[in-house]
Design a protein around this ligand. Structure first.
Ligand SMILES: Cc1cc2nc3c(=O)[nH]c(=O)nc-3n(C[C@H](O)[C@H](O)[C@H](O)COP(=O)(O)OP(=O)(O)OC[C@H]3O[C@@H](n4cnc5c(N)ncnc54)[C@H](O)[C@@H]3O)c2cc1C
Ligand SMILES: *[C@@H]1O[C@H](CO)[C@@H](O)[C@H](O)[C@H]1NC(C)=O
Ligand SMILES: *[C@@H]1O[C@H](CO)[C@@H](O)[C@H](O)[C@H]1NC(C)=O
Length: 416
């Protein structure tokens, strides 16, 4: 597992470091832009209305954005469908770059007291062989050790929600947004159903849609592969992302709390067996041959681990034609989940957006806000495109293929 592995390794490293590099570059660009905006903002009038921004969805993105904007003096109204701790089997691995972005937003403490597990690198298993790839510490440009974190997504989300709603200028309300209110191509607010079951409205100069991939606004979703998740109550305790390369699937295991391991098996859509009659269990057991962590996997299934099938999607970013609205997070842009970088991307987007919006005195100036959205898109593009491309390359390298040529590449790239 020496030389060829450098390929896989380089990709991971690139993902972490490219993030930093692009960020530094963007920071420079941003500064010059801010000066212009600041000068223009000085001539603006005072704010109108009760609220400056409506945020739809208090997940990772919506909550972090609410906190960041409120810290800068914005009055924020967050509308979230369900305030209870979400039980989601996604968004559980935060890359070192994601932690860094969280720190930039002043939210790093939200990773504390949630039994988050340190992630120090990768462990790869194939055909009975295995190898370990730690995150590099040499030439580290991070302000702290470059390790990731694995955790229950819902626990992080609850911490972020609490931190945002502790600010006096954040109003977090439970309600389900039904539609956007539009007037002459400008979004003016939302229609939502509150906890009393009443349909009501909210208005703000800026609406941010952060309701994930099932977003009402974005229906152009592309199906790619299907993943299975199981949750055995076992202790893996190795602080690594375990990749088991078998056929026809690739399985990823990681510790999400001190006594739970998440398993995620990526299966090509045409090979997914039915859940019923134990067919899925049999398939999973048979497909994880050749790895020392197989026992854990099988024990988890035998112990009746909860399973779920999720269709994964990739979606390139596309700006809305409408004004007065920004789409963020998975509602805006999604990449292959194997790269485990969705949270890092949305948090970085928030860091960029926050700096661009900060100097604007009046979010009601639609022209100015539109310019910010355009700048935001230009600044984020190099990084997000890199991560998206890496995501698809990563999945192609890892996931088995029926196409012999493709499978040969996979084996060539990843001999252990
Ligand atoms: C299979 C899979 C695995 C993944 N694994 C990882 C990983 O390991 N690491 C990683 O970084 N990323 C991962 N991701 C991506 C990550 O989950 C997302 O990028 C991240 O959660 C996006 O945050 P968000 O704020 O856009 O959405 P969410 O965090 O999902 O928040 C959306 C919120 O909007 C609310 N909402 C929805 N509709 C409405 C409505 N109409 N009105 C009001 N509220 C509404 C929801 O209740 C929810 O709280 C994975 C994705 C998938 C699909
Ligand atoms: C770290 O930086 C030094 C000096 O720039 C370089 O020689 C070395 O190869 C780098 N190490 C790694 C692991 O990139
Ligand atoms: C909005 O901002 C632009 C500059 O970006 C300025 O020229 C324009 O006068 C502003 N409009 C209003 C209504 O304040």
């Amino acid at each position: 597992m020496d030389l060829p592995h450098v390929w896989l390794w380089t990709m991971l490293l690139a993902c972490v470091l490219a993030w930093m590099i692009f960020h530094v570059n963007n920071q420079r660009k941003k500064k010059s832009m801010l000066k212009v905006a600041e000068a223009e903002a000085a001539t603006e009038g005072i704010r109108e209305g009760d609220v400056d921004t409506i945020i739809i969805g208090a997940g990772v993105g919506g909550s972090a954005l609410a906190y960041a904007l409120a810290k800068d003096g914005c009055r924020v109204h967050v509308i979230e469908r369900d305030m209870r701790e979400p039980e989601r089997m996604t968004g559980e691995v935060m890359q070192p770059g994601g932690r860094f972005m969280l720190a930039k937003l002043g939210l790093q403490d939200c990773l504390e007291n949630i039994d988050a597990q340190e992630l120090a690198g990768l462990a790869v298993y194939k055909d009975g062989k295995e190898g370990v790839l730690p995150f590099p510490v040499e030439n580290n440009t991070f302000p702290y050790e470059p390790s990731g974190r694995c955790f229950h997504n819902g626990r992080l989300v609850q911490r972020l929600r609490h931190k945002a709603s502790s600010l006096p200028n954040v109003h977090m309300e439970e309600g389900t947004v039904k539609s956007l209110i539009e007037e002459k191509e400008v979004i003016k607010g939302v229609i939502y159903k509150n906890t009393a079951g009443q349909e009501t409205t909210a208005f703000a100069p800026l609406t941010v849609v952060c309701d994930r991939c099932y977003s009402n606004l974005r229906r152009s979703l592309v199906d790619s592969t299907v993943s299975i998740y199981i949750l055995p109550k076992v202790d893996l305790n190795l602080h690594r992302l375990h990749l088991i390369l078998s056929r026809p699937m690739v399985c990823i295991m990681y510790q999400i709390s001190s006594d739970e391991v998440r398993c995620m098996a990526e299966i090509p859509a045409d090979s997914v067996p039915p859940m019923a009659n134990g067919e899925m269990s049999t398939f999973l057991k048979e497909s994880t041959y050749g790895s020392s962590v197989r026992e854990i996997f099988i024990k988890g299934i035998n112990d009746g681990a909860r399973m779920q099938v999720v269709a994964t999607k990739s979606m390139s970013a596309r700006l809305s034609e409408k004004k007065g609205v920004i789409v963020l997070g998975d509602a805006f842009n999604m990449r292959h989940p194997l790269i485990a970088s969705g949270m890092m991307v949305v948090l970085s987007d928030i860091v960029i957006l926050r700096h661009l919006l900060k100097p604007l005195e009046n979010l009601a100036n639609v022209t100015q806000v539109s310019q910010v959205i355009k700048n935001f898109n230009d600044i984020r593009k190099p990084m997000s495109a890199t991560v998206n491309t890496l995501g698809s390359a990563f999945s192609q390298a890892l996931v088995a293929s029926k196409d012999e040529a493709k499978e040969a590449t996979r084996l060539l790239r990843l001999p252990l």
